[in-house]
Ligand binder design. Structure first.
Ligand code: ADP
Ligand code: MG
Length: 560
């Protein structure tokens, strides 16, 4: 038997870990399962290299709750630890065996999917447990099993154990304040949040599975059931596979797996897959969005080597793409650092611009390959595209080729097509191209009709950020201006009809004007009481284009 002092560089690290390391107590389970996964994958790697005689087989990681003894168990069939290794890896806090392993097997282990690298994960167990035991047996021949016990102080005991099978069992004696972690449903919840796509099967209890009826079964025969392991994860999620091995339906199925409460199919997906100069895989989905800018609940999830990290991808994914759904998985994103640091990190910057490029390329190819379908989807995707054009110049450049400008008649133009269409007939006296648009088909109906009667093309631009985008277009392109159909500028473009059709008497008109003047501030609007032609309404209230935009910007929050 050995007793000794845990080697710490900081005087007493436990209170530190408990308070500051992870604000979220629940992540201890993710850390322990990550270690169990690492130990299993290490065995897989060694057996592949022929460096061990132990068979890899079909290892499972088991999570077990023992309510009576108030313990939680995480059991793996990985490489285990010798006595010496426990001394080295466990007793030396912050000495990461994962990092050492990766260092030793540098090139061959690069793609082994090993998770650990902080060397503190194991100690997160003390956030929820008063006492932690390790029972372990190494795959090394003739090695003795080890039994380590620590009660959350820097004292520990290490004795020879009795574990027969190689692998490790971690036993947490759950603290009275953390009893929730002895409840099945709470553990299930954690497993499905953090471990749903981890690479080694994870067992939590058993379940009954209905066996198929034999062919010659009686009509009213009851199907038999069988007790099987309840495996909570999918060790091979779609994003870890090659796009060429997946069909459209696989992507849709995976979407359901990610968001079980989403019943609507995504519009399309983008498979991300790059290993130089950084490592990143993932699948992004464009959900149907319409006008809805509400904060979404189902967000993009960030993983590292198939371990869930967070669904806050701010700083990693460009803001306009946070409206998408899906997963990204990258071991190259530094964690536990502030968001502002993330934004300045070189690798993260590259990741962010890679994602932007991939999304733009995908949109471009959807547009070129099936324009009709792209037009159909436009209403659901325009928000993301317009927001991207507004906020990311690189995206703006690319989006020029596929961003669409729908007319009130349901036609769609690219900007270039639009220019060609209107350059002969819609210019003002300075030779600027005047692009007419409506923001609401019903409210601006009479203006739209009047403009169309004159042969003008009227766009229907009704997304909530479009006024910001128009401003950007006007400053980034020469000699164009966007003018809303009901603004007073249109009068300069559209010749006013001579004929007066108002049936009101002069007196009545004056009265009406005075009445309207009381409710409509004259410095913002001008009131016109003659119709532009026989089909439009005789009463027109216009607002100078510039005033209107100012107001809209205030509503949608600030400048362009
Ligand atoms: P990290 O995983 O970042 O290396 P941890 O504190 O989580 O740091 O674990 C420290 C070390 O303890 C691991 O690197 C590994 O060598 C060893 N270890 C922890 N859990 C296990 C396990 N289940 N099986 C084998 N070794 C383990
Ligand atoms: Mg770890």
């Amino acid at each position: 038997m050995a007793t000794g002092k845990i080697n710490v560089s900081v005087e007493n690290i436990f209170p530190l870990i408990k308070k500051f390391l992870y604000s979220d107590h629940e992540i201890f389970l993710r850390e322990l399962i990550s270690n169990a996964t690492d130990a299993t994958l290490k065995l897989k790697h060694l057996s592949r290299l022929g460096e061990t005689t132990v068979e890899y087989g079909k290892p499972v990681i088991e999570v077990k709750v023992d309510k009576e003894n108030k313990t939680l168990h995480v059991i793996d069939q990985g490489i285990g630890m010798t006595m010496e290794e426990v001394e080295k890896y466990i007793n030396e806090v912050a000495f990461s065996g994962a990092e050492e392993f990766l260092e030793k097997y540098k090139d061959s282990a690069k793609d082994s999917g090993i998770i650990g690298h902080f060397g503190l994960g194991f100690y997160s167990a003390f956030m929820v447990a008063d006492k932690v035991e390790i029972k372990t047996k190494s795959i090394q021949e003739d090695s003795k099993p080890a039994h380590w016990i620590c009660e959350g102080t820097t004292e520990f005991t290490l004795t020879e154990g009795d574990k027969e099978q190689h692998g490790t069992e971690i036993i947490l004696h759950i603290n009275d304040d953390e009893k929730e972690f002895l409840e099945d449903h709470r553990i299930e919840q954690l497993l499905s949040k953090y471990n749903k796509f981890m690479p080694v099967p994870i067992k939590f209890g058993t379940k009954e599975e209905t066996l198929p009826l034999p062919e010659d079964a009686e009509k009213d025969a009851k199907p038999e059931t069988e007790t099987v392991d309840n495996i909570i994860n999918n060790p091979e999620p779609a994003w870890t596979k090659q796009p060429t091995d997946l069909e459209d339906k696989d992507y849709k199925e995976f979407y359901r797996e990610l968001y079980p409460m989403q019943f609507e199919d995504p519009l399309f997906h983008i498979h991300l897959n790059v290993d130089y100069p950084f490592n990143l895989t993932g699948i992004l989905y464009f959900p149907r969005m319409g006008q809805d800018m509400n904060v979404q609940k189902d967000k993009i999830q960030l993983y590292q080597n198939q371990v869930y990290v967070t669904d806050n991808v701010e700083g990693i994914v460009p803001e306009f793409l946070t409206m998408l759904r899906g997963v990204i998985d990258s071991p190259d994103i530094p964690l536990n650092v502030s968001r502002s640091y993330l934004q300045a990190d070189g690798a993260v910057k590259k990741i962010s611009s890679y994602i932007t490029r991939k999304v733009a390329d995908k949109l471009k190819s959807l547009f070129s390959n099936n324009r009709e379908d792209f037009e159909k989807k436009w209403n659901d995707i325009k928000l993301v595209i317009e927001y991207g054009m507004l906020t990311e110049d690189k995206f703006f450049e690319k989006a020029e080729k596929f961003a669409l400008y729908p007319t009130t008649d349901g036609k769609f133009y690219t900007f270039e097509e639009l220019e060609n269409e209107i350059k002969e007939k819609q210019t003002d006296k300075d030779g600027n191209l005047v692009i007419l648009y409506a923001s609401n088909k019903d409210e601006q109906h009479s203006y739209i009709e009047a403009a169309k009667d004159k042969g003008y093309t009227v766009l229907l631009l009704d997304s909530p950020i479009v006024s910001h985008l128009l401003q950007k277009m006007e400053t980034s392109k020469e000699k164009i201006s966007f003018v809303r159909v009901d603004s007073d500028h249109v009068n300069n473009l559209i010749k006013k009809d001579e004929e007066e059709i108002s049936k009101l008497s002069d007196e009545e008109k004056e009265q009406l004007k005075t009445d309207l003047g009381k409710v409509i501030p004259s410095e913002k609007y001008s009131i016109q009481l003659e119709a532009m032609d026989s089909n439009s309404s005789p009463l027109i209230i216009t607002q100078p284009e510039f005033m209107r935009r100012m107001k809209e910007m205030q509503q949608t929050g600030g400048g362009g």
